[in-house]
Design a protein around this ligand. Structure first.
Ligand SMILES: *Cc1c(COP(=O)(O)O)cnc(C)c1O
Length: 376
């Protein structure tokens, strides 16, 4: 048996209060959570959840196409469409199910081939594999590499990328990719899992921030990260929505999300729209961290709240993450196959609740360790 498969372990949290968590009776500052804005514990969301359970109970009772559908799903979809400035939207049970289902429904029915960034998330890759169409991967965030592939592709392609990359925390050159659409005819699908709730004036994501909402055909995102909830969505036109309702197996053959989950997701969009302070604080503390890394000659590819430090060697990465945990910081090593071989890394997910003191201490530990381990 492959030992690597069994080196992943589950570590249940027994108590959580903001960024402070308790695991195995030890207290840590959590640097691994995607609940970037702490909305999972927001009092208004908790209240919405309790009220909703009292009113509707819990489970939806069936898939949306049977009797699991309710008005509030449609209200949430209208809200997302407005939030994302697209014609329409559709809710999915998770980001994994959305990517897997949408990509394999569109391909090969609408698009005969797929071009995707080489660092796209596993859920995108699984959707591509499930579709069984031919696909090619372009070099990470490399528009010229994408154009070379477009030049040699005669069939209509679906181009897929993430706006904020989940493992590198860098940002796709979406403007340049959109420019290519003037010369090559393709569909553009952007996964905003890590951008939703954080970027843009309304907080809807990077596509909004770059003013590209009309140019991106399919904007996918999740409620599971900065929105502190669960589930996902596709913002698109009416035709694509109808197509998905009729053809997407992960939408058709799965029970709808529990109604309180829908109500909480809806509330979290309201909160993000009206309260900019948490996302501003998150971006400020992220910049503080990156500046301090730079001052200490530590590098990161990050342009966002996801800040990886690529160490390379797996054993060294595990060692430093153990040191950090001993000192009370919950940061996990990310390694192959989640990231390419020899690119093992510590991945810091920043949170609006992190303090400068937390960051100062982490950088000090990193510096001390890496200085005596010839960091390149
Ligand atoms: C987390 C993530 C997903 C999956 O979303 P879930 O709602 O957790 O299933 C999809 N795409 C990207 C880029 C992600 O980071």
């Amino acid at each position: 048996m492959d030992n690597q498969i069994f080196s992943r372990k589950l570590n249940p949290i027994t108590k959580k209060n903001g960024v402070s968590i308790i695991i195995n009776d030890k207290k840590y500052i959590d640097f691994s959570s995607n609940d970037y804005l702490g909305l999972s514990q927001h009092p208004e969301i908790i209240k919405a959840c309790i009220n909703s359970v009292k009113k509707y109970g819990f489970g939806a009772g069936g898939s949306r196409l049977l009797s699991g559908d309710r008005k509030i799903f449609h209200k949430l979809e209208e809200k997302i469409a407005k939030f994302k400035q697209k014609q329409d939207a559709l809710v999915f049970n998770s980001g994994y199910q959305a990517n897997g289902g949408i990509i394999s429904a569109f391909c090969p029915a609408i698009y005969k081939t797929i071009l995707l960034d080489e660092l796209c998330h596993a859920s995108i890759i699984d959707g591509v594999l499930l579709s069984k169409v031919t696909f090619k991967r372009f070099k990470h965030n490399d528009v010229e590499s994408l154009e070379r592939l477009l030049k040699t592709t005669s069939q209509k392609a679906l181009v897929i990328t993430e706006s904020v990359f989940s493992m590198d925390g860098d940002i796709a050159p979406l403007k340049e990719i959109v420019d290519l659409k003037n010369r090559y005819d393709f569909g553009l699908y952007v996964d905003e899992a890590h951008a939703t709730g954080i970027f843009g004036n309304n907080g809807s994501g990077m596509v909004e921030k770059l003013n590209l909402t009309d140019k991106v055909d399919y904007i996918m995102g999740t409620f599971s990260k900065a929105l502190g909830g669960f589930g996902a969505y596709l913002a698109c036109d009416n035709y694509a929505k109808n197509f998905i309702i009729n053809k997407c197996r992960s939408f058709i053959y799965s029970t709808a999300l529990p109604i309180p989950v829908i109500e909480c997701n809806s509330k979290s969009i309201d909160i993000v729209r009206k309260d900019k302070t948490r996302r501003q604080e998150l971006l400020e503390i992220s910049i503080y961290f990156k500046t301090l890394l730079q001052k200490n000659a530590l590098k990161t590819p990050s342009d966002s709240q996801i800040i990886p430090i690529i160490i390379g060697e797996e054993s060294k990465t595990i060692q430093i993450s153990e040191i950090l945990r001993k000192k009370g910081f919950w940061v996990l090593p990310i390694r192959y196959p989640t990231v390419p071989l020899n690119e093992a890394r510590l991945r810091f997910s920043l949170n609006y609740g992190h303090t400068k003191e937390n960051i100062n201490e982490v950088v000090k530990i990193l510096k001390n360790f890496l200085l005596c381990h010839e960091y390149k």
